[in-house]
Design a protein around this ligand. Structure first.
Ligand SMILES: Nc1ncnc2c1ncn2[C@@H]1O[C@H](COP(=O)(O)OP(=O)(O)O)[C@@H](O)[C@H]1O
Ligand SMILES: [Mg+2]
Length: 282
């Protein structure tokens, strides 16, 4: 089944990736480290900073961005892949959407195993569709599934940078290193950036980062930059339980402030040059 990646009426012809919109994959080796929480929190923070932001649920097997945000989307990526709707028609507004100070989401479908088993060409088409859609935004966050399976890496390849989320759990650290190593081999143009989540405190977070950076330096010959440190905060679970974006409910709780700092450094330091005149602002 083909995917209907129709472009909007006034969207420009997709350009080469010489000067791309900024696509950030949110990745990890191990699951449950906080990728989806960070994706939603950073998206909320970018929106608050006035950036046109799209959050894509790229966890094709266990999609749950919708659960984190408490939204019940009418359509999703599963419908896009089935050929029922065009990619841009699956875009769902959150907190008013981009037009009203919020952000947009391309939701996945929880428990949609079919998405995890997409053939190569379909993943490539999805990635190409996202790249074209990204031209309408300042930032696209791509919340990936954990691990280094082929489809995860194929989607990651569509990104400009990969924010690799790590906790101080040793398994999370070794798996994050494995992700970075595989990414370097498979998609060398994607720059890994490390984010520490669920840190007991900033010093412990810094130590976790240094351990990963040192392993990368020793065995891979480069040192990934630190994207930020997010502390462990009970409000994260509470906001998830109440299905309300943390940036709406507790924008000043510590984890939200930490995620806001990541968003600020993303805007300052990670942003690829953007040719605004080539953007569609329909
Ligand atoms: N900074 C944090 N402080 C406390 N709990 C967190 C934090 N980040 C994530 N969590 C919790 O960890 C669990 C997994 O988070 P999630 O974002 O779903 O992980 P992933 O997407 O990597 O699988 C959730 O229950 C979430 O509430
Ligand atoms: Mg997740």
């Amino acid at each position: 089944m083909s995917i209907g990646f129709r472009r909007s009426r006034d969207e420009p012809t997709p350009r080469s990736r010489v000067n791309p919109a900024s696509i950030i994959a949110i990745a990890s080796g191990k699951g449950g480290v906080g990728k989806t929480f960070l994706s939603t929190a950073i998206a909320g923070a970018l929106a608050r900073a006035g950036r046109r932001t799209l959050l894509v649920d790229g966890d094709l097997g266990l999609a749950n961005v919708d659960v984190h945000l408490g939204i019940a989307p009418e359509t999703d990526l599963a419908a896009v892949i089935a050929g029922w709707v065009d990619l841009e028609d699956a875009v769902t507004p959150v907190s008013g959407g981009v037009a009203n100070g919020g952000f947009d989401v391309l939701p996945g479908r929880s428990g949609s195993g079919a998405l995890a088993e997409l053939p190569n060409e379909e993943v490539a088409r999805l990635a190409a569709g996202l790249t074209a859609l990204a031209l309408q935004y300042d930032h696209v966050l791509l919340d990936l599934a954990a691990g280094i399976e082929a489809n995860v890496m194929r989607l990651a390849r569509a990104a400009d940078r990969a924010l690799v989320v790590v906790t101080d759990d040793p398994a999370s650290m070794t798996d994050a290193y494995a992700f970075i190593k595989v990414l370097r081999g498979y998609a060398p143009s994607v720059q890994p950036v490390v984010a520490i989540n669920q840190a007991d405190n900033r010093q412990r977070g810094r130590q976790t980062y240094e351990a990963i950076a040192k392993a990368c330096q020793t065995f891979l010959g480069f040192r990934p930059p630190l994207g930020g440190i997010v502390t462990r905060d009970n409000k994260v679970r509470e906001s998830l339980r109440s299905q309300t974006p943390i940036m709406e409910k507790w924008p000043t709780t510590q984890a939200a402030l930490d995620a806001t700092q990541i968003a600020e450094s993303l805007i300052r330091g990670w942003e690829a040059p953007i040719q605004r005149e080539e953007r569609s602002h329909a």
